[in-house]
Design a protein around this ligand. Structure first.
Ligand SMILES: [Zn+2]
Length: 197
């Protein structure tokens, strides 16, 4: 396989990039400066080698603890549970949340073989226990899909007996949509209007 085919193949495996777009990107790189392409490749190597999950919350991080977990100005009374690490960024961009996060790594989906053991639920419960009494509220920001709702109900049953109130984002987030694709205003409103489960 030629190197051009190889790079085109790698690009087309990325979400939202079909074979035609992949080809266009490769042509763009070949036409452009060698320095630009080398800079891109070095940045990708850095990304692969330096980013890992935060040992506490599961967010993307360059260190043992992510920037949020290691920020002493964050509010320890509230914890926001999200499905995927990229959703932390979506909520952070609203500037409306000052607590901490916990990334589950997905949602319960029995048909796909994803049960509680496949998600970071044990770590979440451990965190809730060790964060009491400062922690007073857990916001379950799983997606508004059937599986996201089922995950929220499941978590509510486990977390509530540990003490904190459990809340859910207000409606307004379109059903089935990942937070990443929802605009900041809508997320901010859903946060402000959160309710007890
Ligand atoms: Zn973290």
């Amino acid at each position: 396989m030629s190197v051009i085919d190889q790079v085109t193949g790698e690009f087309s495996r990325l979400p939202g990039i079909g074979p035609k777009t992949a080809m266009r990107l490769v042509h763009h790189l070949m036409k452009g400066s060698k320095d630009d392409t080398l800079r891109l490749s070095r940045a990708l190597v850095e990304l692969a080698e330096r980013i890992r999950p935060c040992s506490r919350c599961g967010n993307f991080s360059e260190n043992e603890l992510c920037d949020i977990c290691s920020d002493p100005r964050r509010d320890p009374s509230v914890l926001c549970v999200v499905e995927e690490a990229f959703e932390v960024g979506a909520i952070e961009r609203t500037g409306q949340f000052r607590g901490f996060y916990h990334v589950l790594g997905g949602r319960l989906s029995p048909l796909d073989g994803i049960g509680p053991e496949e998600l970071r639920i044990g770590a979440l419960l451990e965190r809730v226990r060790s964060s009491r009494p400062a922690l007073r509220e857990v916001i379950v920001a799983t997606n508004a899909s059937v599986e996201g709702e089922a995950t929220a109900v499941y978590l509510d049953q486990l977390i509530r007996p540990l003490g904190p109130r459990v809340t859910r984002l207000a409606r307004g987030i379109p059903v089935g949509s990942d937070l990443e694709y929802v605009d900041g205003t809508t997320i901010a409103e859903a946060l402000a209007g959160r309710r007890e489960m």
